[in-house]
Design a protein around this ligand. Structure first.
Ligand SMILES: CC(C)(COP(=O)(O)OP(=O)(O)OC[C@H]1O[C@@H](n2cnc3c(N)ncnc32)[C@H](O)[C@@H]1OP(=O)(O)O)[C@@H](O)C(=O)NCCC(=O)NCCS
Length: 188
């Protein structure tokens, strides 16, 4: 968040949807996306369309954007465990996690910072917002292990996450589940 006078974090609105689609497009791996597994900033394997983001703006528990000079340059999409079944039907990793950890938690579904704003603290600030709203619940984030998303792993570990589980997604790609504020795990 380079300039705190013009930078702010606010809830995502349905009208943000086109901009969020454009932001994620910079990082989507394969199938027309510009993302690369060897990028220094990490990548996303699945994206949402505008209708889906509009829907999330209405139902997601924690859906926030970072804005600078009136332009959205980052976002985080997260939801509480009670919301997952209805908000992400058929999402194999999310449903596996619900079975694996049948206590209240918050799942970070997507985080994305515009390439021009990377390493400016937006990711950490957005995760701070989610942590505050999670109010003591553990927070989980799934990271693709093959191809490895090392930048994402490093980011998550710098902001206090540790690898907790491993599973496989509907696409056959293995996922590591990183966690923060998990009872019994080191805190930071
Ligand atoms: C990963 C991502 C969210 C990081 O956001 P960011 O705003 O650049 O991160 P921050 O500036 O808040 O950095 C927070 C910490 O993580 C570290 N970090 C961030 N990106 C890193 C990277 N690519 N490599 C190594 N460390 C990184 C920073 O050094 C910082 O640590 P420090 O404060 O101790 O110095 C962003 O690069 C991104 O959107 N990547 C593409 C999408 C993606 O991979 N999402 C995650 C999918 S699971």
């Amino acid at each position: 968040m380079s300039n705190s006078d013009t930078a702010s974090i606010r809830p995502a609105l349905p009208d943000d949807a086109p901009r969020l689609v454009a932001l994620q497009a910079a990082y989507l791996l394969g199938e027309g996306g510009q993302g690369q597994a060897d990028s220094a900033s990490g990548f996303l394997v699945s994206g949402y369309d505008e209708d889906r983001y509009r829907h999330f703006a209405a139902v997601a528990d924690h859906f926030y954007v970072g804005e600078e000079d009136g332009r959205v340059i980052a976002f985080v999409l997260a939801m509480n465990s009670e919301r997952i079944a209805e908000a992400t039907p058929g999402h194999q990793v999310n449903h596996w996690l619900l079975e694996q950890y049948p206590r209240p938690f918050t799942l970070i579904s997507q985080v994305c910072v515009a390439p021009e704003a990377a390493s400016g603290g937006w990711g950490r600030e957005l995760y701070n917002v989610v942590r505050q709203l999670a109010a003591g619940r553990p927070q989980f984030a799934a990271i693709v292990l093959d191809p490895p998303n090392e930048p994402s792993v490093r980011f998550h570990e710098r902001v206090g996450f540790h690898k907790a589980f491993e599973t496989v997604g509907h696409d056959g790609r293995p996922r590591g589940i990183w966690a923060r504020d998990l009872p019994g795990c080191p805190q930071s």
